[in-house]
Design a protein around this ligand. Structure first.
Ligand SMILES: [Zn+2]
Length: 407
């Protein structure tokens, strides 16, 4: 069947991504990949020369701190960076002529990763001029370097564009089936939805960042349940302000996730139609993580914007764990054996927004250098300045986008 073929096709790439770092470390055993004949790479990268420093800053080009923050966080997604560094992306990139996808932005990203990874103790920071130039060509929103932009929008945009470049699907079917379950067949419906989606979207981005949300609707009259699954790459979390902890003005990430999965009664304008009762009802909606499809890396956005017109910001401190965030309790549906294994995540990067208003202010990033085998120190990236920081300095009320990797 097509489905199983697709599944087989995607697994080796996932395994490759997972193994990439260890391959990278056992570089002496690996053949040097010859990229000299490839038109999109002018300089062949000798992996022996690569050591991920992860300590190189990016000069501000006007107001490009949002860009620096995004790039520092993205470059710390180890399986993705490994995928670039071992040149896997060359084999999969579709847009060799620069006619769609990121219009060559991905190559600029690769060039930046090479700089981040070349063992050059003299390089403290680089100017991301070529990257910015390609980004401006691609999207006029980014044309004015003097103008602050939203880091979350940029991250979504970059991963979407990189996905387009790296999508293994060339001929997309016009139609794919929609699967709806009854709450007792989650695993089957989840798998069918995922595999059906793979017929259209299938890339390393999806392998690493992709997950599914479980969406359940329950009829208020007959209690009939219908369940569907939706793909996600980033999750937006509302800051739970009604449950402030004793520490003045702070809230726990776990409370925000509780709010995220809280049941919600549909309002008059959004009533559901129940096929069993044959009438409209104020159904109960519940969104949660799909335990069958949690991502390898989860990107959580803390919704700090209070007012989109004025940019007014919610400055509440959200206490988030550096290690052992268990998302199992935010997964929906019945588990077959009544108990599920914990799904634990560790934090490795944070995009911070400093200032009172989301339309201005300054962006920085914190990231943990996981390439640094044993030490795994945290660094702060403030444009071109990179400094080691203590674990205790990572959680602040500037935290805007959290990057967690599954243990
Ligand atoms: Zn009903």
């Amino acid at each position: 069947m097509v489905k199983s073929k697709r599944r087989l096709a995607s697994i080796p790439n996932l395994v490759k991504a997972r193994l990439a770092l260890s391959q990278y470390r056992r570089i002496a055993d690996n053949p040097i990949i010859n990229t000299a004949d490839n038109p999109i790479i002018t300089t062949a990268v000798n992996p022996i020369a690569l050591v991920f420093q992860g300590k190189i800053g990016l000069y501000n080009l006007g107001n490009s701190c949002y860009l620096s923050s995004c790039l520092q966080c993205l470059s710390h997604i180890i399986p993705l960076t490994s995928y670039f560094l071992i040149n896997e992306y060359v084999k999969e990139i579709l847009d060799r002529d620069g006619t769609n996808g990121s219009l060559g932005l991905i190559i600029e990203y690769y060039d930046l990763l090479k700089i981040f990874c070349i063992d050059s103790t003299n390089t403290k920071a680089v100017y991301p001029i070529s990257f910015m130039g390609k980004l401006k060509n691609l999207n006029p929103i980014y044309i004015n370097v003097e103008q602050q932009q939203d880091a979350h929008e940029l991250i979504n945009y970059l991963i979407y564009k990189f996905h387009e470049d790296l999508n293994r699907v060339v001929d997309k079917p016009c139609y794919t089936a929609k699967f709806i379950g009854n709450g007792t067949d989650d695993e089957e419906i989840s798998t069918n939805t995922w595999e059906s989606d793979l017929l259209i979207e299938n890339s390393i981005i999806k392998d690493i960042l992709g997950g599914q949300l479980r969406s359940q609707l329950k009829c208020s009259f007959c209690k009939k349940v219908s369940v569907s699954f939706d793909y996600f790459q980033t999750i937006e979390i509302t800051i739970q302000k009604t449950k402030l902890r004793s520490r003045k003005g702070s809230v726990d990430l776990e409370d925000c996730l509780e709010l995220f999965i809280k049941e919600e009664k549909l309002d008059e304008a959004n009533k559901m139609f129940c096929s069993k009762c044959n009438k409209k009802s104020n159904g109960i909606k519940k969104i949660s993580f799909d335990k069958n499809k949690v991502p390898m890396v989860i990107i959580l956005l803390l919704k700090r914007i209070e007012n989109y017109e004025t940019g007014e910001k919610i400055k509440t401190l959200v206490n988030f764990p550096l290690e052992n965030l268990n998302i199992n309790q935010y997964c929906g549906g019945e588990s077959a054996d009544g108990e599920s294994l914990p799904m634990r995540y560790d934090l490795f990067a944070v995009s911070n927004h400093l200032g009172d208003n989301m339309n201005s202010g300054h962006y920085t990033a914190c990231a943990r250098n996981l390439w640094d085998n044993c030490e795994s120190k945290w660094y702060e990236y403030n444009d071109d300045i990179v400094n080691e920081i203590d674990d205790g300095d990572v959680v602040t009320n500037n935290a805007y986008i959290l990057f967690y990797k599954r243990q």
